[in-house]
Ligand binder design. Structure first.
Ligand SMILES: *[C@@H]1O[C@H](CO)[C@@H](O)[C@H](O)[C@H]1NC(C)=O
Ligand SMILES: *[C@@H]1O[C@H](CO)[C@@H](O)[C@H](O)[C@H]1NC(C)=O
Ligand SMILES: *[C@@H]1O[C@H](CO)[C@@H](O)[C@H](O)[C@H]1NC(C)=O
Length: 473
């Protein structure tokens, strides 16, 4: 018994310690309503594929004996679904209700009485007052993508109306009852099967969720769901991992997502909350990959700059340099020494970066002679924008702080070098970073999804994108 309890507890541990999502996506009632419109087109297409098998039978006709009849080649002409509604079923999914639906068909009839009499013609058939109700369960599949399944379904046919063309009206009364009963049965059975298929047909679309979205040669973002969808009274919430990884090597950063919850907003179809964790996991990946370092040479310094990257520039502050390395160009190596820290506060994205700057004199034989190593802390402000299905960024420099780490050319004051390095960061490093940030990072997306009028707001510890969506096939 005790062992049993222990096993149960052990089994429960992974779920109770489940990871917080880095990204949360919320589909609102408005989004669900758009989903209904898209879905009804699919259901209508499906119902048009109803197959009515030939109906045949015999009917005793007074003392003369049996009349054989056949209805064949019944084709669906039209399916009308004028009324439908979707409602959230908390804890389960959504309920789709279709009412007052109608189906019109056309076919041929034939009767035969021994060798004495035969007749044939066509008929028009309409089925009305059709209702269909199904509960659609929303869950996650084994790849961390959402999946749907029709959990139950009921269909009822209101009225069946047949109009025969050709022949006499006595025929109508002869087999009307049989036809109606037979049609009712076949339709009620087929409608639920087809609605179930229409629901299942959504799964290949849902499987297009980019659970692993490639960013560039270094990074990919994982968007798989970390827990099953949460269906509440007012929304469907998906908790996505939202974590950057080195391509092919999924190393966890030494920090994890903090829980966050989206505000109660309903004016858009979809809300996506991207946590500071997601941004910081990107910083971790690029830093670990060694992507956050660069050499800066004089040709990268704008022509308009008041100084060039040579030993003469440093003459006033560090006379040793000009003395020992006269007339040489200088090369800088800027390199992060730890993962940059990204902070989201209302309307403000800040990136704190700690780098070292190593300055080298370039000897005529191309040998690099180290001059000094500085510590350069910088703070930049970021502005994020949504462009297509991508999130792009742009940063501007707030401030830098220099301190000396090592000097190979004697002691010197760092402060007077501030202007030089401020310009190097502003005119060289930041523009290069902005070229990269402008390339964008893929947002979670399903199929050919377009964001309509997306708005982005930075809140405490996460960014919120509110948007409408549009699917194009
Ligand atoms: C953003 O916040 C940082 C500190 O976190 C601050 O230094 C900076 O001035 C702020 N920027 C804006 C535009 O408010
Ligand atoms: C390159 O030139 C420097 C300075 O003249 C010298 O100290 C160094 O040994 C030279 N290196 C090579 C590989 O020639
Ligand atoms: C600049 O950096 C040094 C060394 O890291 C630190 O002691 C100092 O407080 C910093 N100054 C500012 C203004 O942040």
């Amino acid at each position: 018994m005790l062992l049993c309890c222990c096993l149960v507890l052990v089994a429960l541990v992974p779920t109770t310690l489940s990871v917080n999502p880095g990204v949360e996506a919320r589909l609102t009632d408005k989004g669900l309503e758009y989903g209904r419109q898209v879905g009804m087109v699919i259901v209508q297409q499906k119902l048009k594929s109803i197959k009515i098998a030939d109906i045949s039978g015999e009917q005793r006709l007074g003392k003369f004996g049996k009349v054989k009849y056949t209805l064949s080649g019944t084709q669906i002409l039209n399916v009308g679904l004028p009324q439908s509604a979707v409602n959230l079923v908390p804890g389960t999914g959504v309920r789709l209700s279709i009412s007052n639906a109608f189906i019109s068909m056309h076919g041929n009839w034939r009767v035969k009485y021994r060798r004495v009499f035969r007749d044939s013609g066509s008929f028009d058939l309409s089925v009305n007052g059709l209702t269909v109700a199904t509960t659609i369960g929303i869950m996650s599949d084994e790849t961390g993508r959402p999946a749907v399944r029709s959990l139950n379904c009921g269909a009822t046919v209101g009225g069946v109306n047949i109009k025969f063309h050709g022949g006499g009206s006595w025929l109508y009364n002869l087999f009307r009852k049989f036809i109606e009963k037979s049609l009712r049965n076949t339709l009620q059975k087929q409608i639920c099967r087809l609605v179930g298929e229409a629901v299942a047909d959504l799964n290949p679309r849902l499987k297009t969720l980019n659970v692993l979205a490639k960013v560039d040669k270094y990074a990919e973002i994982e968007y798989s769901m970390v827990s099953p969808p949460v269906v509440s009274k007012s929304s469907i919430d998906l908790g996505l991992k939202g974590e950057f990884y080195n391509i092919g090597r999924h190393q966890e950063p030494p920090f994890s997502p903090a829980p966050f919850s989206l505000p109660l907003q309903t004016s858009n179809m979809l809300y996506i909350g991207l946590s500071a964790f997601t941004a910081n996991s990107a910083a971790f990946v690029y830093n670990t990959a060694g992507a956050l370092s660069m050499y800066i040479t004089d040709d990268m310094i704008p022509q308009s700059s008041p100084f060039r990257l040579n030993t003469r520039t440093f003459r006033a502050v560090i006379p040793q340099i000009a003395k020992r390395f006269p007339g040489l160009m200088i090369k800088l190596l800027v390199k992060t020494v730890k993962t940059p820290v990204i902070t989201f506060t209302p309307d403000n994205v800040t990136v704190q970066t700690t780098t070292t700057v190593t300055a080298y004199a370039i000897q005529p034989n191309a040998t690099l002679s180290p001059l000094f190593v500085l510590n350069l802390d910088s703070s930049v402000s970021g502005k994020m924008t949504v462009s297509g299905m991508q999130l792009a960024g742009h940063v501007t420099l707030n401030k830098i702080n220099l301190s000396l780490v090592t000097s190979y050319v004697g002691d010197f004051q760092v402060k007077p070098l501030s202007n030089i390095f401020q310009l190097v960061v502003k005119a060289v490093v930041i523009p290069i970073a902005n070229v990269e940030l402008a390339k964008g990072y893929p947002l979670p997306t399903i199929g050919k999804m377009k964001l309509v009028n997306p708005q982005l707001k930075v809140l405490k510890d996460y960014m919120l994108i509110g948007t409408d969506v549009q699917f194009t096939n």
